[in-house]
Design a protein around this ligand. Structure first.
Ligand SMILES: Nc1nc2c(ncn2[C@@H]2O[C@H](COP(=O)(O)OP(=O)(O)OP(=O)(O)O)[C@@H](O)[C@H]2O)c(=O)[nH]1
Ligand SMILES: [Mg+2]
Length: 447
């Protein structure tokens, strides 16, 4: 998909009205391009910001007064010569500067092409590249922090350490097989088993220490459930601050779940309003209730709301709430006679009575849930990385078990070559591997 022997250009910031825009150029002819667009005979100084006019190439008219930073290969993002041009904001200047660069031989970069060049030139590995893609998508400061750890190479270091141990073990085994003329001794066999088991446990530890995609706090979900007319939609609208859910006094108003993301504490949390739970013959409502149960399963926090007796709804569905945090809320305390007791909140969505104390409790719970996950983690991993690490674990375990039962080092070694391939696929797959194109295709242009 990508080619390397040319110069690429792209806007690295979002198009539109802004104070500044940053345009990136990477390739072999960056110095030549710099001279042409600034009409300068001098070479730019490496790692230095130059203030200069940029000129249109056809009529030599001034386009902008910009800041141009030159990074000399290999000490740049891509490992090639790179020029970063900070222009004034707006679309017109950007368009003209890019036209000027293209007229001097650069071409518009494809999505992810800068990071791809960084990968190919050995500036980063695939784990780091994926960290870069993830940090752009992060929607809170904590996720962002863990992606940064991945970008900085913390995950790579851990994985590489394991890969190196595996390789030394395999080298010793190869050597042994070259000189072995009788069966491998039991004691030696035990040593191999011990080392493989250590490797297995280390890999498991990496998975355990990682913040997987599904644990990232953007995915913390809070489902509001309860009987029809309990006030689920009223509470949903109150929490989200919008009138997104329809509220009526007709039982069974909400059929399809309604979702909205809100900030609670440091985290983005998804709030879900659901269809009321009751026995009904209405086919549409039954479908809605099925969806409610699916959301109960997915959510980490469940708010059970009722007019008078939220505990009853809880007890009727108790087995569905295993490993969930449940908040019980009795609503409509403006017309019903109940007070907050035994941990059951008493509120009125209509009058907003008791709402603040419920919100404080919800926010503490969200923080606790998220913080616990984060405290146990060191870096983020995505679905691809997690699945490969799990395959590595299985591969090591299989090789180890096989050696234990057969004592055949040759067979064990051939399984370990398979594990080594998985490590390579994880850190730095062959440039021809189609997974690479798939990953970089998902980046934005200019990254
Ligand atoms: N008096 C009073 N009425 C309320 C309160 N909260 C909600 N209501 C009313 O109760 C009725 C039902 O509210 P909804 O929020 O639609 O209830 P729901 O649980 O979403 O109902 P379904 O979608 O049918 O399951 C509406 O008429 C609301 O105005 C409250 O705190 N006090
Ligand atoms: Mg509703």
């Amino acid at each position: 998909m990508y080619v390397f022997n040319d110069d690429i250009v792209a806007l690295a910031t979002l198009p539109g009205k802004s104070a500044l825009n940053v345009i990136r150029v990477s390739g072999k002819n960056v110095i030549k391009i710099y001279r042409a667009i600034t009409l300068s005979s001098k070479k730019p100084r490496a790692n230095f910001a130059h203030v200069s006019c940029i000129y249109n190439q056809s009529d030599k008219k001034q386009i902008d007064y910009s800041l141009l930073t030159y990074f000399k290969a290999p000490k740049s993002y891509t490992g090639e010569d790179v020029l970063e041009i900070s222009t004034h904001g707006g679309n017109i200047i950007v368009k003209q500067v890019i036209e000027s660069l293209i007229s001097k031989g650069a071409r518009q970069a494809l999505p992810g092409e800068f990071t791809y060049r960084a990968y190919i030139n050995g500036k980063i590995d695939l784990l780091q590249a994926e960290g870069i893609a993830a940090i752009v998508e992060a929607n809170n400061n904590i996720d962002s922090y863990y992606h940064l750890n991945t970008i900085n190479g913390t995950l790579t270091k851990e994985v590489q350490k394991n890969k190196d141990s595996l390789m030394s073990l395999m080298t010793v085994a190869e050597h042994e097989l070259d000189f072995l003329d009788s069966e491998i001794e039991k004691k030696e066999l035990q040593e191999y088993n011990k080392s493989l088991n250590k490797l297995y446990l280390h890999t498991k530890k990496i998975i355990k220490k990682s913040l997987s995609s599904e644990q990232q706090s953007g995915n913390l979900q809070v489902a509001i459930i309860g009987r029809p007319n309990a006030g689920k939609s009223s509470l949903f609208n109150l929490l989200t601050g919008h009138q997104k859910s329809i509220i009526t006094n007709i039982k069974g108003t909400t059929r399809d779940p309604v979702e909205s993301n809100i900030d609670i504490g440091n985290h983005e949390v998804k709030i879900i309003d659901t269809a009321g739970l009751r026995t009904t013959k209405d086919v549409v409502e039954i479908k809605g209730i099925e969806k409610t149960f699916a959301h109960i399963e997915e959510a980490q926090i469940i708010i059970i709301i009722d007019e008078k007796n939220a505990s009853q709804t809880y007890l009727a569905n108790k087995n569905k709430f295993k490993q969930k945090s449940v908040i019980l809320v009795n609503n409509k305390n403006d017309i019903n006679n109940h007070k907050q007791k035994n941990g059951v909140f008493s509120i009125s969505c209509k009058k907003k009575n008791g709402f603040n104390s419920l919100l404080t409790h919800l926010s503490t719970l969200c923080n606790q849930k998220v913080d616990r996950v984060y405290k146990e983690s060191s870096f983020s991993i995505n679905v691809r990385q997690k699945s490969l690490l799990q395959k590595i674990c299985r591969g090591i375990n299989k090789a180890n078990k096989g050696l234990e039962t057969t004592g055949d080092l040759t067979i064990c070694l051939s399984s370990l070559y398979g594990v080594l391939d998985l490590y390579n696929e994880l850190i730095r797959p062959d440039a021809k591997n189609k997974i690479i194109n798939e990953i970089f295709k998902g980046f934005c242009v200019g990254k």
